[in-house]
Design a protein around this ligand. Structure first.
Ligand code: MN
Length: 295
């Protein structure tokens, strides 16, 4: 199943070029009182929501192209990110001072530096677009396979890891180049794009053999396959869950392949991950108002 979120907090099932509005299925979620859970309630109850969604016979059908798509996860407790997780990207960073800025933390391997976290407030959907800050500095695109944790994971071995995945999406890890810590440079509002929808894990038995690519204004910039990841999805879950508990709705972005490059206001990104789909994302300056959206 392919779950999308759109408009004002609506829930849809993507079926080809159409979306069935199954927002009514959210009624199965438990009511919440303060203090709210620190995990995503929809992802924690995804099977119940899916079951209810299947029974909504008269769900309105909307053309996908008319919808403003939001992040398929509304309230992740954390966004975990893998640095330098493709060999050729590690090499391009070492070779290019505009990428590493003589920042020693950028020249070390993932085995040495581990994972990092991005602010959850950086999360946005493809229909909302990217609002660039620090326009006097390089702002780069990074296309990544993203996955969403489906149940609590503590000290999980790589052998068992895939059963903790709820589903997959495309992640864009937008990055200001410079000296600051990764978590700071990669956490402005809209610098984590998740979309276009969540493909449930049953549809992707092997996340380690997926083509992915990114174009800017029609020009191909990044093209690779997840088999080139240094740590694959099972190894990333093993590593992350050895340091902290992963909760339903936690988003993990798995690192970018080579071909990162600068973005500017006015650009249009087209990103693709095999078995997930593709999404178009508009880039603007943070000082500009977002483009008037549709539904
Ligand atoms: Mn990245």
């Amino acid at each position: 199943m392919r779950f999308c979120r759109f408009g004002e907090g609506r829930l849809g099932l993507v079926e080809g070029a159409n979306v069935r509005d199954v927002t009514a299925a959210l009624d199965v979620l438990p009511g919440c009182r303060y203090p709210l859970p620190t995990y995503d309630v929809l992802i924690a109850n995804l099977e119940e929501v899916a079951e209810r969604a299947r029974t909504i016979a008269a769900a309105p059908v909307l053309p996908l192209s008319s919808l403003k798509l939001l992040s398929p996860v509304a309230n992740p407790g954390k966004i975990v990110a893998a640095p330098v997780n493709y060999g050729k990207h590690a090499q391009e960073v070492r070779d290019n001072p505009a990428l590493h800025n003589n920042n020693p933390a950028l020249l070390k391997s993932i085995h040495t530096i581990g994972l990092f976290l991005k602010a959850t407030s950086s999360l946005t959907g493809p229909g909302e677009g990217i609002a660039l800050r620090m326009l006097d500095r390089r702002n780069d695109h990074e296309v990544e396979l993203a996955f969403v944790i489906g149940k609590e994971a503590r000290q999980v071995s790589r052998r068992d890891a895939l059963q903790y995945v709820a589903g997959y999406a495309i992640g864009l890890d937008i990055t200001i180049r410079g000296q600051e810590d990764r978590s700071f440079r990669k956490s402005p509002d809209t610098y984590t794009v998740l979309g276009p929808w969540l493909v449930t894990a049953d549809e992707i038995p092997n996340p380690g053999a997926l083509d992915l690519q990114l174009s800017v204004n029609g020009e191909l910039r990044q093209k690779s396959n997840t088999r080139d990841m240094i740590l694959g999805v099972p190894e990333l879950i093993e590593l992350a869950s050895s340091f902290y508990t992963l909760y339903p709705g936690d988003v993990v972005i798995t690192g970018t392949p080579e071909g990162v490059g600068p973005l500017a206001p006015g650009d249009t990104i087209e990103a693709f991950v095999e078995s997930v789909g593709s999404m178009e994302v508009k880039v603007r300056a943070a000082s500009e108002a977002p483009a008037a959206g549709h539904a």
